[in-house]
Unconditional design. Structure first.
Length: 483
């Protein structure tokens, strides 16, 4: 007897098909925003590789540091402003403006005939870059329910890894094959693709709020952030840490910061609503963001330096030296995002991540001039696991702790503190490195580099321990799924 026709199981319901289609659309839309984030990530590392050639062409070696400093300065200043503008005017419109400014700045930089004009163009470029990262995180917050954000924010880990590893390689290829100006021109097609892609696929609800821009708050936080970045850039190098210049910058940072806090409590539409700090989870997330900036900048800048100076690695392959750290970042961020989506729980991830960074910092603090590259790579894995479990989860926790109208501002605060953490870390670590290596040569220099690395990663371990405390007191607030 022959059986009747077999079925493949229940047909997909209309609601299930709609949900699947919506998920695909969200993924396609967020991919376009990731292009924008990749723009800013690649630019940092591509330009760094091209700097010796740029100085050889334009001269003014004394202004070299400003090509990087002014970009970091305008990026940091504008990050919280972009976040709030997205809340007020709509994320898509603000994101397109940021990409457009970045493209214009890139073209101006590529066409610069002098170092002074290049620095001015980099400042303009940095203004646009300030809106790229914060908009990426905020768009995910707009499109995706809290429970599902980890899966999508894990995409940013891939972008960071590609930018960190691929940037120096692409930068070297472009500079050697096409010339340093193409290190900036390359942003033009990618920027146009980003605008076109998001114009077609990114669909966000229109903002109907009454628009009030907190110009006073913008000036005050811009002044405070400028003073902090310049203090950490010049302190210990251009000026002694104990000098009237550094004391003036420190005073400006403190006074403008206090005034900003006072003003935000009275502004009808504050740039950073102080109510967000009423959430313990949000405050702890900002601490995690600050520490993650310190840890990542220490690892990205000083581990390749150790491997090149002490272990004899090639400078041209500096990006590949970070693979043992960046591969775990990508893997664990993806796994954590999927587990968070499935369970709705997230506290365990920053706790494990912070603990892993403590272990990694302590292990790296044991390195000597005789430590092999294989051992160094094994130690770096712990930093990668820790960063992968904390960086993206920090944004998810912050966004889940505030009202939907404050998602942009919250994303801006976390991104800003991550940037400032990196800036402060670089300043402190640079002073330590100089103190241990100044005037040394040969084998003695190798010992000095190793000594500075040990001290740097002791500080990293202490900072990570602080973040472990912060992660431990986070309250597990259930994440909402798709309505």
């Amino acid at each position: 007897m022959q059986d009747g026709p077999r079925t493949r199981g229940p047909l997909m319901t209309t609601s299930a098909r709609a949900a699947a289609q919506e998920t695909r659309h969200v993924g396609v839309a967020i991919l376009g925003v990731m292009f924008g984030l990749l723009l800013s990530m690649l630019d940092n590392f591509i330009v760094g590789t091209a700097m010796p050639t740029i100085v050889g062409d334009l001269g003014r070696h004394d202004l070299l540091s400003w090509v990087v400093t002014v970009y970091a300065l305008t990026t940091a200043i504008t990050t919280p402003i972009w976040g709030k503008l997205g809340d007020l005017f709509g994320r898509k419109r603000v994101f397109h403006v940021a990409v457009l400014l970045f493209i214009v700045g890139s073209v101006l930089a590529a066409a610069s005939p002098t170092m002074e004009l290049l620095i001015a163009a980099r400042a303009f470029q940095g203004i646009g870059a300030g809106g790229l990262a914060v908009s990426a995180f905020a768009v995910i917050g707009d499109l995706v329910p809290p429970r599902e954000r980890g899966r999508y924010q894990g995409m940013t880990a891939i972008v960071v890894a590609v930018g960190t590893i691929g940037g120096p390689l692409v930068g070297g290829f472009i500079t050697d094959g096409l010339g340093w100006r193409w290190a900036f021109f390359i942003n033009l097609p990618l920027g146009i693709l980003t605008i076109a892609w998001t114009a077609i696929f990114l669909r966000l609800p229109k903002v109907t709020r009454r628009v009030r821009i907190d110009w006073v708050g913008a000036v005050l936080i811009g002044t405070a952030v400028s003073a902090i970045v310049l203090l950490t850039t010049w302190g210990g190098s251009t000026f002694d840490w104990v000098s009237w210049q550094t004391l003036l910058l420190a005073s400006v940072a403190v006074i403008s910061g206090i005034t900003f806090t006072w003003w935000e409590g009275r502004s009808p539409e504050p740039l950073i609503p102080l109510r967000v700090f009423g959430s313990r989870n949000f405050t702890m997330a900002t601490i995690l963001g600050l520490v993650s900036g310190v840890v990542m900048f220490a690892a990205v800048l000083y581990l390749p330096l150790f491997q090149q100076s002490v272990q004899g690695a090639s400078a041209s392959a500096s990006g590949l030296l970070l693979l043992p750290m960046m591969i775990p970042v990508v893997i664990v961020s993806q796994v954590a995002g999927r587990v968070m989506t499935a369970t709705g729980k997230y506290k365990i991830f920053p706790v494990i991540g912070a603990a892993s960074m403590v272990v990694g910092g302590l292990l790296l603090a044991t390195m000597t001039a005789d430590t092999t590259a294989l051992v160094t790579s094994a130690f770096m894995v712990f930093i990668g696991i820790g960063s992968g479990l904390t960086q993206q989860m920090t944004t998810t926790i912050a966004q889940n702790s505030v009202e939907p109208r404050d998602i942009g501002a919250a994303s801006g605060v976390v991104t800003l503190l991550r940037t400032l953490g990196g800036s402060i870390g670089v300043a402190v670590f640079g002073t330590i490195y100089t103190a241990n290596t100044d005037g040394l040569t040969g084998t003695v220099l190798n010992e000095g580099v190793a000594a500075s690395i040990r001290t740097i990663f002791v500080i990293v371990a202490v900072a990570a321990a602080l973040s472990l405390v912060a992660a431990s007191v986070i309250k597990e607030v259930p994440l909402r799924g798709r309505a």
